[in-house]
Design a protein around this ligand. Structure first.
Ligand SMILES: Nc1c(NC[C@H](O)[C@H](O)[C@H](O)CO)[nH]c(=O)[nH]c1=O
Ligand SMILES: CC(=O)[C@@H](O)COP(=O)(O)O
Length: 141
């Protein structure tokens, strides 16, 4: 049994609830424990993962959030930089799954958040579980 931390940027409550439902269902199915922590936005997720990883209390992480395009370039900044931060942590050997949705509108987000449709939350949880298994296989822990 491993312990995961779900780091969620709660910008759209109903969408996050769906993503977390998918992620926790996957973790429950695999017999893993988890906690959830909330940060202001997607840009804060990588920093929160880095801080939590420093504690050594968690075996893996799942990033959850929704970034919906607005009027400005900020969409690109939030989308690209949150992903880049998570990739950097992943390449440092931290087991992470990324379910930060970067979409044009709420309809696209809803399809991807629903467990009965694209289940991106569950997908990210399974990715984090798989990366943790690799860490164990390669003796990183
Ligand atoms: N527009 C969205 C944001 N923007 C906020 C940033 O993520 C960040 O919290 C702020 O720039 C302060 O550093 N965040 C989302 O998660 N989703 C959005 O649609
Ligand atoms: C993704 C965003 O940061 C976006 O929601 C902000 O909207 P805007 O670009 O209209 O300020």
């Amino acid at each position: 049994m491993a312990k995961f931390l779900i780091v969620e940027a709660r910008f759209y409550d109903h969408l996050n609830d769906l993503l977390i439902e998918g992620a926790t269902a996957a973790l429950d199915d695999a017999g893993h424990k988890y906690e959830v922590v909330t940060v202001p936005g997607a840009l804060e997720i990588p920093g929160a993962v880095a801080l939590a990883a420093e504690t050594g209390r968690y075996d893996g992480f799942i990033a959850i959030g929704v970034v919906i395009r607005g009027e400005t370039y900020h969409f690109e900044v939030v989308s690209n930089e949150s992903a880049r931060g998570l990739m950097a942590l992943s390449m440092d050997g931290i087991a992470i799954g990324n379910a930060i949705l970067t979409v044009e509108d709420e309809a696209q987000a809803l399809t991807r958040a629903k467990r009965t449709e694209k289940d991106k939350g569950g997908e990210a949880a399974k990715a984090a579980i798989a990366m943790l298994a690799l860490r164990e296989r390669f003796g990183a822990i």
